[in-house]
Structures are given as C-alpha cells and as structure tokens.
Design a protein around this ligand. Structure first.
Ligand SMILES: C[S@@+](CC[C@H](N)C(=O)[O-])C[C@H]1O[C@@H](n2cnc3c(N)ncnc32)[C@H](O)[C@@H]1O
Length: 301
C-alpha cells in the first residue's frame, strides 16, 4: 500500500501531511463493496491526499474542491489518471452542497506550500511579493486593501484575535503611521520589516519570525477562514452517511479549538480521537510544515 504523497510539477510542490494517519482511518470506514463510496475532499490543494485515497481504495471516488484556481489546475493534472473517479470543483467549501452523501469528509486546512512559496501570491514574509494573500484571486479584498481600510484600533484587534500577537497595538500603530507617511508598503518584505521593528531587539531573531503571527492574522481575515470553517463544521455532518468519518487537519490553535468543540458538542457526531493526532519526528524532519498539524476525527451517528 502506497502511503506517501508528494504533489510535484514544475510550479506546484506540496507534501501532504499526516498521510499515513489519514489512510489508517480510511481503512476503518465501512464501505459498501457493491457500489462506489465517496470522499469529499474540501481542501483539494494539489490533490495529494485525494490521490493517495484513490490509489489505495479502488471502491472510493472523490469530489475535490478548492477555492484556488491554481490548486485546481494542479489537482486536475495529478488526478487525471483516475478518470471519472475524481470530480473537481472550483468553489469555497462554505458554499458547497453535495448532491449525494459521503463516507468521508476531509479537510486539510490553511494554505499549501505553493501558495506560500510563490512570491506573487503575497503570503510570504521570506520572499517579496504584493500584499495580496487571497486564496481565491478573483474574489475579496487584498491584504493591502484590508490594512488601508481598518482604523488602528480595529487592526490591532484583528492582529490580536487572529494572530494571538501580544505586540498587536504597537504593530497596528506602526502600520497606520507608515501608511499615513508613505501611502503604501512596497510589498510583503517591507511590511515584515516594519513588524519586526515593533519587537524588542533581543526577541527579533528567535526561531519564529516576528511577522509570523501578524501575517497569519491578515491571511485569516482576508480569506474569512474562520467563518468558512464554522460553516463547514455546521454543514459537514449532514454530508456524511451514518458511521462515515469527518476528518480535519488544522494548523493553529484557533482552528483546532473550533474543530475540537464542534466534534465534542455536535449532536450528529461522536468523537473518535479525544486527543489530536500529530506528526511523528520522522515526518517533521522531512516536512517542517507538519510540526503544527493536528488531526481530529469524528464519526457520524
Ligand atoms: C493545505 S492545502 C491542501 C493540500 C492537499 N490536502 C494536498 O495534499 O495536496 C489547503 C488548500 O485548501 C484550500 N482552501 C482553504 N480554505 C478553503 C475554503 N474555504 N474553500 C475551499 N478551499 C479552501 C486552499 O486554497 C489550499 O489549496
């Protein structure tokens, strides 16, 4: 059984996290051998997790959705060999309504490596790009527009709430002062430099870049990520057959808290994992992104 997935073409390189763990849970799903069973992959990305399920479980078909057109194109290439077993839709999971029930609803939240790595997407404080950060590039406002629209207090609250950033007030003050003086930032590095300047000198060069939390906050706000997750957590159970699974991988505490509460409190679900499953040392050493991944599973009653 193949239990590793790396989506890789010249522009799209992404290593799927906790892939073996996902496969182990899929093995447990009671599938009806006489008909095709369905996995809804709510965050298809380049199609890494979906390809793995399609390869290892011939009785499972996939509907994969993503709000990012570039990811959709990469997944279409990756999943072409599975023909009609893989159906791909360009949409936001908060607006999705399946026409049939699934044995598995899966979401691997957040951004993919190519979204971060491609400077032109504007997610990175390591490479310079425009302050965009939209996963769906044909919708919504860019990060540059968001910071221009918010007043200092609302910007500070946003950075605190979505980034859990203790220097949120200083950072918001600095950003609004810079915008008042210069009109705009030249790009992501210019903003990251300004944010780093709000940290006390001794703490600027730690393991975590000072812009990490503020960039996370802006990204969450630009893409309305927590609103979309709340809708997925509400609607998802209705997409699943009895005894089917709802599996979610999250990457920060705000998401994980929402998943944990929803799985615990939903009348339609029973928790399968009481504690989240995390990546093993070997995976973390080959894929540092997996360090913060938390996988939780619930079963449809
Ligand atoms: C971590 S990547 C998924 C990678 C994928 N599991 C793989 O193995 O290749 C997350 C993907 O979810 C997409 N995404 C995030 N929020 C979404 C939403 N609300 N609706 C649809 N897609 C979303 C992003 O555009 C991104 O491509």
């Amino acid at each position: 059984m193949k239990e590793e997935s790396k989506v890789s073409n010249s522009n799209f390189k992404h290593l799927s996290v906790l892939a073996n763990e996902l496969i182990d849970f899929v093995k447990e799903i009671p599938c009806n051998a006489s008909k095709k069973n369905l996995m809804i992959d709510a965050t298809l990305g380049g199609g890494g997790h979906s390809a793995l399920v399609l390869e290892n479980f011939p009785d499972i078909n996939v509907i994969g959705i993503d709000q990012d057109k570039i990811a959709i194109n990469a997944a279409s290439q990756q999943l072409k060999k599975f023909g009609e077993r893989a159906e791909i839709q360009h949409t936001n999971f908060s607006q999705f309504a399946p026409s049939e029930k699934a044995s598995l609803v899966f979401a691997d939240l957040g951004v993919s490596s190519p979204q971060i790595d491609q400077a032109s997407r504007g997610f990175s404080f390591q490479v310079d790009g425009p302050l965009d950060m939209r996963m769906n590039q044909s919708e919504g406002i860019k990060a540059s527009e968001l910071i221009a629209q918010l007043d200092e207090r609302d910007l500070a609250n946003l950075i605190y709430q979505y980034g859990e950033e203790k220097f949120s007030r200083r950072i918001a003050r600095r950003i609004k002062n810079d915008l008042a003086t210069n009109g705009s930032y030249s790009g992501t590095l210019d903003l990251a430099y300004a944010i780093a300047g709000c940290y006390p000198p001794k703490t600027r060069f730690g393991r975590i870049h000072p812009a990490t939390r503020t960039f996370q906050a802006l990204r969450i706000a630009v893409n309305k990520e927590l609103d979309a997750l709340e809708i997925l957590l509400n609607n998802g159970p209705d997409w699943i057959h009895q005894n089917g699974l709802f599996i979610i991988i999250s990457f920060h505490s705000l998401e994980d808290r929402m998943v944990k509460r929803a799985f615990l409190n939903s009348e339609k679900l029973v928790r399968v994992t009481k504690k989240p499953i995390t990546a093993k040392i070997h995976e973390i050493s080959t894929n540092p992104r997996s360090r913060s991944a938390k996988l939780r599973v619930a079963k449809r009653k």
